[in-house]
Design a protein around this ligand. Structure first.
Ligand SMILES: [Zn+2]
Length: 242
């Protein structure tokens, strides 16, 4: 029997020694019961943890309201993420946004593979830009991607004055713009580059040449998510308090 592949995003103890796993796979988010997984003696104790990519099988039968995991094995343990604080923090913010927004996406297969790719990269070689890239490209999957190519009001492609956050795109110098318009073109160009460039070309080396505008891009993303999705990361708030 062929096993399904997925990433465990969240675990909760259930009935003393079992765990409920929230996973993501090509078919989207799902909740699975892993019997005995909270007990160290159990065969599934080792892999029923957050930030673990597994191959697994489930049984839909039984009296429980969720499927029961019948077998599983580790595909990628993401061990650097689990042991390195900067990596772990970024992975927590990424996973939190998938848990909160994942159900609003039609293309769950693309989301799954994109998440897998980002976590693999963070695990292998760390840069804070992976979090930024994830958050930027997620906007596209959520159907609220920013528009850089033309003025969102009159469609002019020249004399683009700045990025109007309220309207989600560039605004030209002949059109009225809102109070929250980003005019620093070095920041806009960095955001545009990271948003539009395909993952395959965004190698670690290419990313390291992007001007260091992490703070500005972070502020942009927070405002954008808040305005278009009414979303602010719970994980980020918790991390900031630490
Ligand atoms: Zn215009």
């Amino acid at each position: 029997m062929e096993l399904k592949e997925g990433i465990i995003l969240k675990t909760q103890i259930y009935q003393e020694n079992s765990k409920i796993l929230t996973t993501i796979s090509e078919s989207g988010l799902s909740t699975i019961l892993a019997r005995g997984a909270a007990s160290q003696k159990s065969h599934n104790y080792g892999y029923a943890t957050e930030f673990t990519k597994i191959a697994f099988d489930v049984s839909e039968k039984g009296s429980h309201s969720f499927p029961i995991m019948t077998q599983g094995m580790i595909v990628n343990n993401f061990s650097q993420i689990k042991t390195d604080l900067p990596r772990l923090k970024d992975a927590m913010i990424i996973v939190d946004s998938v848990l909160q927004l994942g159900d609003h996406m039609d293309d769950s297969a693309t989301l799954y593979h994109f998440l897998d790719e980002i976590l693999s990269r963070i695990n292998a070689e760390y840069t804070p830009y992976y979090l930024v890239i994830f958050r930027l490209k997620l906007l596209y999957l959520l159907g609220v991607g920013p528009i850089f190519s033309k003025c969102v009001n009159c469609e002019a492609t020249t004399e683009l004055y700045g990025f109007d956050l309220i309207n989600g795109g560039m605004i030209c110098s002949n059109c009225p713009h809102s109070d929250v318009t980003l005019v620093n073109h070095e920041v806009i160009e960095s955001i545009k580059f990271l948003y539009l460039t395909k993952m395959a070309f965004l190698t670690f080396e290419v990313i390291s040449k992007v001007p260091d505008k992490i703070m500005e891009i972070d502020n942009f993303l927070n405002a954008y998510y808040q305005h278009f999705l009414g979303y602010s990361s719970r994980a980020e708030k918790i991390i900031k308090k630490l």
